[in-house]
Design a protein around this ligand. Structure first.
Ligand SMILES: [Zn+2]
Length: 60
């Protein structure tokens, strides 16, 4: 999962996860910039919060 702040591909294990409605939320700390971000994993889709800032809204 790419860090939404610096764009580095992280393979870090989430240090926290919880259920949010139909989503499983994982809290990951980027090993490059140290920023924390959430990964939302739902049925057939996943996204990060905060979103990528480079305009990639294609839903990957
Ligand atoms: Zn980062």
């Amino acid at each position: 999962m790419k860090c939404p702040t610096c764009g580095l591909e992280n393979s870090n294990e989430p240090f926290k996860s919880w259920q949010f409605g139909t989503y499983l939320v994982k809290r990951v700390k980027c090993s490059e910039c140290g920023e924390n971000f959430n990964i939302y994993v739902g049925e057939g889709k996943s996204f990060t919060i905060p979103k990528r800032i480079d305009g990639d809204l294609s839903g990957k």
